[in-house]
Design a protein around this ligand. Structure first.
Ligand SMILES: [Zn+2]
Length: 65
C-alpha cells in the first residue's frame, strides 16, 4: 500500500498503550507496515496483508533453559 493509504486510514495518532505488545514485523507476512488498531486496546493492523492481530505474553521460562 502507499503512504497516502496510511494517511487516510489513521491509527498512529492513537495514544501509546502499555498493554499493546511491541511488534517489529507482521507474524503472517513479515511486513513492517504495522499500525496500532484504534478499534481495540492491544491489536495491530498490518496494512500489507490487511490482518488485525495481537500478541499475548503467557509468562517467562525459568532461567537456565
Ligand atoms: Zn501482514
Amino acid at each position: 500500500m502507499t503512504d497516502e493509504t496510511n494517511r487516510t486510514i489513521g491509527g498512529k495518532s492513537a495514544h501509546p498503550n502499555p498493554r499493546r505488545a511491541t511488534v517489529m514485523n507482521c507474524p503472517y507476512c513479515a511486513s513492517e507496515n504495522l499500525w496500532p488498531d484504534p478499534e481495540t486496546d492491544n491489536a495491530w493492523q498490518c496494512r500489507d496483508c490487511c490482518r488485525v492481530f495481537s500478541v499475548k505474553l503467557h509468562g517467562q521460562l525459568p532461567r537456565g533453559v
